[in-house]
Design a protein around this ligand. Sequence first.
Ligand SMILES: [Fe+2]
Length: 265
Amino acid sequence: MPNEPSPSDPGSLITDSAAPAEPRRRAVLGGLLAVGLVSLAGAALVRRAVVTSRRRTFEEVARRAHDASQALAEGQITIAGWQRALDSIFQEVSPDELSESIDLDALLARTPDVPRGASVLTLAPDLPGGPLPGFATKLFVLRKGRANPPHAHDNMVSMHYVLRGKFRVRHYDRVRDEPDAIILKPTIDRVIGPGESTSISENHDNVHWHLAESDGVLLDVLRAGLGDLPTETHLVDPVAATPLEGGLLRAPRLPTVDKALERFG
Ligand SMILES: [Fe+2]
């Protein structure tokens, strides 16, 4: 989870790809990365990769997702409503249309490989009035065998949509936090492909973990800072978890992104 430090873009560690390599920059919001776990490099906004009508599909999807996020922020819809809205928006387009509209192949050609985790590109759709604080659209580019390590987010909703490739995606409900661990309830463990997505919220499936079963690309749409509260990211290790009654897991926290990437990325 990476990116350009910005108050409106929850911290993340971004590997940029569309721009020349920059010195390592750590985007921090609320003390921790909040979106993607990726190798650090730089950050970049990919603006108008294609300044033509081809871009329209992505722009329209992003505007509708932004509208839903605004409605959520204003209390007009619930978190579940936001998730349904995003599902509906993305069902009306195909992954190929979306990929073409952002000229994905050209972006990937300029995306350097990273040794662990994902390369992350922040897309910057042209939104009337500018983006809401905390709204972001990003691409996660992963090589086969690489992963976005398991982690939880505070005060955030996000959806990861498969543009290309296959991913084993695992989610867990975040039952409760402990100082050294998070108590998890496994909820989703399946392989998803182009056009399929999962999402997180405070209420359900808060912990997510994507493992690339082939080279692949995820489109992440998120709204952080819900309720004007900070979004932080919490790294956990479900594999080293202690089983509890009722199918719950006591997953120890991982202290740093580097540790998480070393173990899972
Ligand atoms: Fe995440």
